[in-house]
Ligand binder design. Structure first.
Ligand code: NAD
Length: 247
């Protein structure tokens, strides 16, 4: 495999754990040094990218041009990278997830169910916390959980999301999903989705205690996308729900 963002917090764990999942790291890419072009003569079976949004677009272009499956963990992608993702998915299989942990994939599933079954009369608020070095907010995971909740209600997240609240906000509108980001310390990642009804509240929560859950999930996705002897999916954009067989 080739690891992009290899010197980062996630990249280092991917390199350290790769062998456990049967992979040899043939190429590491970071901000300086050779790019993915250096492995054109001996293409990897899969590229795993946990770097920065600006690089993710280049990784996806390489995956498309050389038909190398890709596991993309980088978050905060600009709109151009979203089109690069679709373009790559037309040629080769790409697994993209805002959060590669098994627990968060299950949480999103439960949030969608709760949103659907609790239904109208239950307000939805999402609170996420991350370490002080995280550069984007809200987290990709919080947005994915917001999407799951919105799907459960038959809404589109972008039409109902309320980021933070300040000043004279007026009373809460029914068709709203509140989204709040806490930053500080060394928190690996915490996400809580609270459903507030009349006189009661239900919270579904996930706490990441160790960054390795993301690296292990991404390596599991890499195994899935490569597919062993029978080969992986030919093309398309997938997420962790496909890897874990939830859909
Ligand atoms: P980090 O800052 O520790 O690592 C990023 C690495 O990318 C650094 O080593 C940096 O030098 C490198 N980099 C910068 N520009 C580059 C370029 N042009 N080409 C190649 N490498 C470049 O960050 P991190 O905590 O490892 O997270 C990386 C990304 O993964 C972030 O977008 C983060 O939100 C995301 N993330 C996703 C998940 C998930 O499960 N999907 C989990 C954790 C982090």
């Amino acid at each position: 495999m080739a690891v992009v963002g290899a010197r980062g917090r996630m990249g280092q764990r991917l390199v350290a754990l790769a062998a456990e999942f049967g992979f040899e790291v043939a190429q590491t890419v970071d901000a300086d040094g050779p790019g993915l072009e250096a492995c054109r003569d001996a293409l990897p079976d899969v590229i795993v990218d946990f770097s920065v949004a600006a690089q993710a677009e280049r990784t996806l272009a390489f995956a498309r041009d050389w038909a190398v499956p890709c596991v993309l963990g980088t978050t905060g992608l600009p709109i151009e990278a979203e089109s690069a993702l679709e373009a790559a998915g037309r040629v080769v299989a790409v697994v993209r997830a805002a959060n590669f942990s098994v627990g968060v994939t299950a949480l999103a599933h439960l949030v969608e169910m709760a949103a659907r079954q609790l239904g109208a009369g239950w307000d939805i608020e999402i609170i996420e916390s991350h370490h002080r070095l995280k550069v984007d907010a809200p987290s990709g995971t919080a947005l994915a959980l917001g999407d799951a909740a919105a799907r459960g209600r038959g809404w589109r997240l972008e039409e109902v999301v309320a980021h933070g609240r300040q000043g004279f906000t007026g009373v809460r509108r029914d068709e709203t999903i509140g989204m709040h980001a806490v930053r500080g310390g060394t928190v690996v990642g915490e996400h809580a989705v609270t459903f507030l009804g009349a006189g009661e509240a239900v919270t579904l929560e996930h706490r990441a205690l160790d960054r390795d859950i993301f690296a292990r999930g991404a390596l599991r996705a890499a195994q899935w996308v490569v597919g062993g002897a029978s080969g992986g999916p030919a093309r398309g954009v997938y997420d962790m729900r496909h890897v874990l067989g939830f859909v």
